[in-house]
Design a protein around this ligand. Structure first.
Ligand code: 6SG
Length: 208
């Protein structure tokens, strides 16, 4: 019996990084897929702490908020640094990823038609911050010398951006290598190649 359950819509969305982390850590999980009509009935929404999905269950622990879920899994599976100082730096990087993810989500759900060109033009100003951190840290990870939940989160968001703008990493060698190295980790590669992953659209409105 899989120890973990994810309840979410049939999208990659805010579960992309969680699923990649679980795969890379050799974990199994159960998916409960919620469709639009069922969600609109409101019964499940009422039971969600913030009225939103994803919901994540680890035994009797029930979590909402995708970033809290990532942190929980980082803590449990040794992907949260080797000391408090590294953990704090990982938090900082994860918050930076969240800032960019929020901009991306705003583009996708609110201003795709009007804002895509300006978003792509401004994107290097955000990507260069991660490039600077990665190129300074010789391990190839954001913090310290092993993978953290912030790396999985950045990786997932960069995959989305490569779909939005296939050339966006061309001027960022450290980011490009980061994506190549993580994509080639055997368990991540197997997951990214799986139908379970490929069948899901990135976002809930069909835009990408
Ligand atoms: C949407 O925003 O999928 N959760 C979303 N939407 C439904 O009633 N801070 C937290 C976190 O990090 C954000 C949660 C997130 O966990 S994710 C949610 O619960 C609601 O608010 C993106 C996604 N979208 C799919 C979707 C949402 C609205 C239109 C398409 C649900 C599926 C179809 C309709 C409602 Fe739909």
């Amino acid at each position: 019996m899989a120890p973990y359950t994810i309840t979410y819509f049939a999208v990659k969305g805010r579960c992309g990084a969680i699923r990649i982390l679980l795969s890379d850590q050799g974990q199994q999980w159960k998916e409960i897929v919620v469709n639009f009509d069922d969600w609109m009935k409101g019964d499940l929404k009422k039971t969600c702490v913030f009225g939103q999905l994803p919901k994540f269950e680890d035994g009797d622990l029930i979590l909402f908020q995708s970033n809290a879920i990532l942190r929980h899994l980082g803590r449990k599976h040794g992907a949260y640094g080797k000391c408090d100082k590294e953990a704090s730096l990982i938090d900082m990087m994860a918050d930076g990823v969240e800032d960019l993810r929020l901009k991306y989500i705003k583009l996708i759900y609110q201003e795709y038609e009007t804002g895509k060109e300006a978003y792509i033009k401004d994107l290097p100003n955000h990507l260069c911050k991660f490039e600077a951190v990665l190129s300074k840290n010789k391990s190839g990870f954001l913090v310290g010398d092993s993978i953290s939940f912030a790396d999985y989160n950045l990786f997932d968001l960069l995959l989305n951006h490569k779909v939005l703008c296939p050339t966006c990493l061309d001027t960022f060698p450290a980011l490009k290598s980061f994506v190549d190295v993580l994509s080639a980790r055997p368990k991540i590669k197997a997951f990214l190649d799986s139908d379970d992953y490929k069948k899901l659209p990135i976002n809930g409105n069909g835009k990408q």
